[in-house]
Design a protein around this ligand. Structure first.
Ligand SMILES: *Cc1c(COP(=O)(O)O)cnc(C)c1O
Length: 420
C-alpha cells in the first residue's frame, strides 16, 4: 500500500506490525492471564475477529457509521494560537514548529471512545449476543458503550466505582438516559480498577449471551489488538490529512496515555514511519511519590493486571499501588501491553505532565484556541507546546486532542478557584 492511499476504513491493509503474535504477545508483554472460564470466550472472540478482519462489508458498514453517526472524518486543525504561544517561548526566530490538533473532541459523545464501542457492538451483534457490559472510570467509556448499545438495541450494564459515581454525576445521568443500567462497585478504592474486576467477574458467569466491551488497549488478548485496530482510524485519517495539508509526514506526534487507546490509535499507523517522533504523556499527578501519580511506563514494573502482562504500578510485594491524577481518564495503575513493547523497543518516548501543568494547558487551549479540552488531552497539549518551541519553524507537530472538556469544567473551576 502506498503511503498516499486515503482509504481510512480498513485496518488490515495497515497490519504492518509483527505484534501481537498468535498468542497475543508483544515481546514479553500481553498474553492471556485469566481464569479457565474465560479462555473459551476469548478464543471465540479471537476467531470471530479474524473473520471480521477479512469481511469488507463489516468495515464498510463501520465506515458509514463513522461518517453519518460519529461525524468522522474529524478535522486536523492548524492551531495558530498554541503555535504562537510556543514560538513566544523562544528568542530564536528559526524555531517553533506549527502545532496541529486532531479533533477527536468533535466525535459524537465527545471523545475517541466511540470509535471502539461501535466496532465492538457490531462484533457482539455478529456473535449473536444481546447484552453488553463495560467498566468505566470517568464515565466516558460508559457513555460511549451506552450510546452504541442504544444504537444497536443491546441491553447494557456498566460497572462503575461508587467513588467515581459520586465524582462524575453528569455521565451517570447520561448513561441512564441512554437506557443503560449503572452498577455501583463498592470494593477497594471504589474506582476504575475495581470496576474492571467486577466487569470481568460478571463476564465469567454470562459469556454465553454477553460481550464485554473493554474500553482501552488493555486486558487479555485479543482485546488490546481489537481496540487498537478500531482506534487506528485516528492515525489513518491523520496520515491522509497530513499529506493533504503539509504534503509530508508530521515530524512529531504527541498523545496522552491512560490505558493507552487514543495514543495507540494515533501512533499505530505511524510506527513504521521511523522519521516520525512519537511521544506518549502519562499523568504525573502531584509528585513522583507512589500514590501521587498514574504513570506506570515511567515508574512501574512488569506485572500482571486485568489479564495481561505489562508495566504496572506496584509495591515491593506486587500489590497494585493506589493512583492519583486530576484527570479521571488517566487515573489507572496499568497500561496496554503494546505501549510497554514500544517503550522497551524505544520506538515511542514516554514522559509525564503534572496536574498543575495540565491545568495550565487546559486554560491555554481554551483561551488561545476557543476549545475547551478534556483534562486528559490537556496533558498532551502541556508537553507539545514546549517541544514545538525547540523544533525548527518548517516542522509540524500534531497533538491528539482525545476529548472535549465539558465533563471537567466544574473540577477545573474548583482547582483554579480565584485564578480562573
Ligand atoms: C478515556 C480517555 C482517555 C484515556 O484513555 P486512553 O485509553 O489512554 O485513550 C484520554 N482522553 C479522553 C478524552 C478520555 O475520555
Amino acid at each position: 500500500m502506498s503511503s498516499t492511499d486515503t482509504n481510512t476504513e480498513h485496518p488490515i491493509d495497515m497490519r504492518i506490525s509483527a505484534v501481537p503474535d498468535r498468542n497475543g504477545r508483544y515481546g514479553e508483554c500481553g498474553g492471556v492471564y485469566v481464569p479457565e472460564t474465560l479462555i473459551e470466550a476469548l478464543q471465540q472472540l479471537d476467531e470471530v475477529y479474524q473473520k471480521v478482519c477479512n469481511d469488507h462489508h463489516f468495515w464498510e458498514r463501520l465506515g458509514d457509521l463513522n461518517r453519518v453517526y460519529v461525524g468522522r472524518t474529524t478535522p486536523l486543525y492548524q492551531a495558530n494560537g498554541l503555535t504562537w504561544r510556543s514560538r513566544s517561548l523562544n528568542e530564536d526566530k528559526e524555531l517553533g514548529a506549527t502545532i496541529w490538533l486532531k479533533r477527536e473532541d468533535l466525535a459524537h459523545t465527545g471523545a475517541h471512545k466511540i470509535n471502539n464501542t461501535l466496532g465492538q457492538a457490531m462484533i457482539a451483534k455478529k456473535m449473536g449476543k444481546n447484552r453488553v457490559i463495560a467498566e468505566t472510570g470517568a464515565g466516558q467509556h460508559g457513555v460511549a458503550t451506552a450510546t452504541a448499545a442504544a444504537y444497536f438495541g443491546l441491553k447494557c450494564d456498566v460497572y462503575m466505582g461508587s467513588e467515581d459515581i459520586r465524582r462524575q454525576n453528569l455521565n451517570v445521568t447520561r448513561m441512564k438516559m441512554l437506557g443503560a443500567n449503572v452498577i455501583p462497585v463498592e470494593d477497594g478504592s471504589k474506582t476504575l480498577k475495581d470496576a474492571t474486576n467486577e466487569a470481568l467477574r460478571d463476564w465469567m458467569g454470562s459469556v454465553e449471551h454477553t460481550h464485554y466491551i473493554l474500553g482501552s488497549v488493555v486486558g487479555p488478548h485479543p482485546f488490546p489488538m481489537i481496540v487498537r485496530d478500531f482506534q487506528s482510524v485516528i492515525g489513518r485519517e491523520t496520515k491522509a490529512q497530513a499529506l493533504r495539508h503539509i504534503s509530508a509526514m508530521p515530524n512529531t506526534i504527541v498523545a496522552c496515555v491512560g490505558g493507552g487507546s487514543n495514543a495507540a490509535g494515533m501512533f499505530y499507523p505511524f510506527v513504521d514511519e521511523s522519521d516520525v517522533r512519537l511521544i506518549g504523556v502519562e499523568a504525573g499527578g502531584r509528585s513522583d511519590t507512589p500514590g501521587d501519580h498514574a504513570a506506570p511506563l515511567t515508574y512501574g514494573k512488569l506485572g500482571v493486571l486485568h489479564g495481561s502482562m505489562s508495566y504496572v504500578l506496584q509495591d515491593e510485594s506486587g500489590q497494585t499501588s493506589p493512583v492519583h491524577s486530576c484527570s479521571a481518564g488517566l487515573d489507572y495503575p496499568g497500561v496496554g501491553p503494546e505501549h510497554s513493547y514500544w517503550k522497551d523497543s524505544g520506538r515511542v518516548e514516554y514522559t509525564t505532565v503534572s496536574d498543575e501543568e495540565a491545568l495550565e494547558a487546559f486554560i491555554w487551549t481554551a483561551r488561545d484556541e476557543g476549545i475547551i479540552p478534556a483534562l486528559e488531552s490537556s496533558h498532551a497539549v502541556a508537553k507539545a507546546v514546549p517541544i514545538a518551541a525547540e523544533m525548527h519553524k518548517d516542522e509540524h507537530l500534531i497533538v491528539n486532542l482525545s476529548g472535549r472538556g465539558d465533563k471537567d469544567v466544574e473540577e477545573v473551576a474548583r482547582l483554579l478557584g480565584d485564578k480562573l
